[in-house]
Design a protein around this ligand. Structure first.
Ligand SMILES: [NH3+][C@H]1C[C@H](O)[C@@H](O)[C@@H]1CO
Length: 622
């Protein structure tokens, strides 16, 4: 196959092209968000039920229960852990938290532990709390002692740093709090708002887990879509994501029942999302709730005003003027007086599920928001031009979950899209099954537990198509981004993790190869056959010519490049290849890794793309 490359660029490559889609789907709490304790504040649990004590256990007979405190630590956190020391015990007595399927104990880390406590009844008791980290077999790995007295019934906060004496080889460690069973017998103490943080990305308070955040930043992503995805929507309007409930002190964040069947702490909230965008150079694509909850409720058009006002306030929190706007003043008070960068606001999520009411919800939201924020572009989430929406959307968010073959066969999806000024955001895409008749089924039915090399090559073919059409595709993001390998609501995920490490998938490496070698201009070249199995695209930046190739076929394919200008006689081929069905998994985390090697290049050169491979060739321009 000969590939003749044009000397003149057709369009600029948008800096936003390759980005991240984030929602809490076993990816925020216990994942990207640094908090190590699960059920740290007993948010949204029913006191007295077994679930209320999720992740908490007794040590040596300590009696623990979750109660609705008659003197709650805050109005947002009505529940406390009631701890009582029965008579007749000796030695350390208390309780422990097992984290999110474990807690990594690293002796090079300083952990920050915090909690609030109060004695419900005053007494002359004085004693010591011993808290820290221990192995599941009870070996103390780090500890601190805090003197306490029952001289007051008011809440007091404990903040201590913990430095493990040694690293634990196992992840099954716990955070513990104990008293001496004998001297504290009969005592009752209420606890609330526990927190245990490791070092965080950019050392941000209430920040992100370093290894996961570093892996995400390592893709140099251009955009960050949040807070969802389904997790924006709520099963009912009352449990929708609400920006103002995710701000400020953790004592003021009630948390919510998330849309992936677990409670969200909302410790990872709007300001944390925006700060993460600034810390990694991503532009936010922020969603506002659009009046539809996943349980099926659509807000009637004449009832939308309060939700539109909440959306206006959410946007004003991000970009408003603190001198004239209350929501913006909250941003300033939280330490960020200047506005954040924001150009795109998404109205809802996957509203093709509620297209019949999206027609009026879209109109009502966009009429109000566009007049309030004339420079913003609003993204529609129903199917493209179906139904017809008023005003005509400037941007559509298109999602596709399919088979590896589908992606290879649809590399030209955007070539046929009308150039009528509409922009497209491929907000969610992934090869998730090999079974075209049951895309969302179980692994037994073809669902992929982890990305595979053939799935990643299919995605690369589709991405080559989006790069070619990046005059109208301004952004794209694989979804879901993150998933805990011990407990996920969805597979495959771009990045897997457990409480100790990160697992980068083959699709992660494709995203990274494409994003780190984006180029700034697109150079047209001989088009790949639409129904072929080999796909390529050419871009350039000031120093390099960049050629991306995906060979989704089962045999090697040689491409003969004919360039219209001089380039160096040696180039670098960054290659990702392996068996079609191979994945990087917790048991084989590095089964397939990218490799780089020199190749002969020049005005004319050939490159043999291995079967089932993705290659990015970079050549210095003369
Ligand atoms: N069903 C997918 C579509 C929805 O927007 C996401 O929350 C889900 C997982 O990526």
């Amino acid at each position: 196959q000969t590939v003749t490359v044009s000397s003149s660029a057709s369009h600029a490559i948008p800096s936003t092209l390759w980005g991240l889609m984030f929602e809490d789907i076993s990816s925020g709490d216990g994942g990207l968000y640094g908090e190590l304790l699960q059920n740290r504040a007993f948010q949204q649990v029913v006191p007295g039920t077994p679930d209320a004590l999720n992740s908490w256990s007794s040590i040596n007979g300590g009696a623990i229960s979750v109660v609705s405190d008659n003197v709650p630590v805050s109005s947002a956190l009505p529940n406390s852990l009631r701890f009582n020391v029965p008579n007749g015990l000796s030695g350390p007595v208390g309780f422990a938290n097992s984290g999110f399927f474990g807690i990594k104990v690293d002796s090079s880390w300083t952990y920050k532990a915090s909690f609030h406590f109060r004695f419900p009844t005053r007494s002359s008791f004085r004693g010591n709390l011993v808290l820290g980290l221990r192995s599941s077999s009870g070996e103390t790995l780090a500890s601190a002692t805090v003197p306490i007295s029952a001289s007051s019934t008011s809440w007091r906060q404990v903040n201590v740093s913990l430095r493990p004496s040694s690293s634990a080889s196992s992840l099954s460690n716990q955070f513990f709090v104990t008293v001496d069973g004998n001297s504290a017998r009969g005592q009752t103490i209420n606890f609330a708002m526990f927190s245990l943080f490791p070092p965080t990305f950019k050392n941000r308070p209430n920040g992100m887990r370093i290894d996961i955040a570093t892996a995400l930043a390592g893709m140099k992503p251009g955009v960050f879509r949040f807070p969802g995805g389904n997790n924006l929507e709520g099963q009912t309007p009352a449990s929708r994501w609400q920006w103002n409930a995710t701000l400020g002190s953790l004592l003021d964040r009630p948390g919510r029942i998330g849309d992936w069947s677990y409670i969200n702490t909302d410790g990872l909230g709007l300001l944390e999302f925006l700060t993460f965008c600034e810390d990694t150079g991503m532009e936010p694509i922020m969603a506002v709730w659009s009046g539809f909850a996943l349980g099926g409720t659509s807000i009637a058009q004449d009832q939308l005003q309060p939700f539109i006002q909440q959306a206006i306030d959410q946007i004003d929190f991000v970009i408003g003027d603190p001198r004239t706007n209350a929501a913006a003043a909250r941003r300033a008070a939280l330490g960020h007086p200047s506005p954040f960068k924001l150009n795109f606001v998404e109205i809802g999520n996957e509203d093709f599920f509620a297209a019949d009411t999206y027609t009026h919800r879209w109109t009502t939201f966009v009429d109000a928001l566009q007049s309030t924020f004339p420079h913003l572009k609003f993204i529609a989430t129903s199917n493209i031009n179906d139904p017809i929406l008023t005003p005509k959307p400037q941007v559509y968010d298109h999602h596709v979950y399919q088979t590896p073959t589908f992606f290879a066969q649809n590399s030209f999806f955007y070539d046929d899209m009308a150039r009528d000024g509409t922009l497209y955001f491929e907000g969610e895409y992934a090869a998730i099954s090999t079974n075209p008749n049951d895309i969302f089924g179980t692994p037994a039915d073809g669902r992929l537990p982890f990305p595979t090399m053939q799935g990643s090559a299919g995605e690369a073919a589709y991405m080559i198509g989006m790069e070619r059409n990046s005059d109208i595709v301004f952004a794209a993001a694989y979804a879901p981004l993150l998933g805990h390998v011990s407990n996920s609501q969805w597979t495959p995920n771009l990045v897997g993790f457990d409480s100790g490490q990160v697992f980068k998938s083959t699709s992660y490496y494709v995203q990274q190869l494409f994003s780190l070698n984006k180029g700034t201009e697109y150079l047209p070249s001989t088009l790949p056959p639409r129904n072929g199995t080999v796909f390529w695209g050419v871009t350039r930046d000031r120093t390099n010519l960049i050629i991306k190739i995906s060979n989704t076929g089962s045999s090697s394919a040689t491409l003969n490049f004919v360039l219209p200008f001089n380039v160096a006689s040696t180039g670098i081929a960054h290659l990702l290849t392996g068996e079609a069905t191979t994945s990087n998994t917790p048991t084989s985390p590095k089964a397939i890794q990218p490799s780089s090697h020199f190749i002969r290049t020049g005005r004319r050169f050939s490159y043999a793309a291995p079967a089932v491979s993705v290659t990015v060739i970079t050549i210095v321009r003369e």
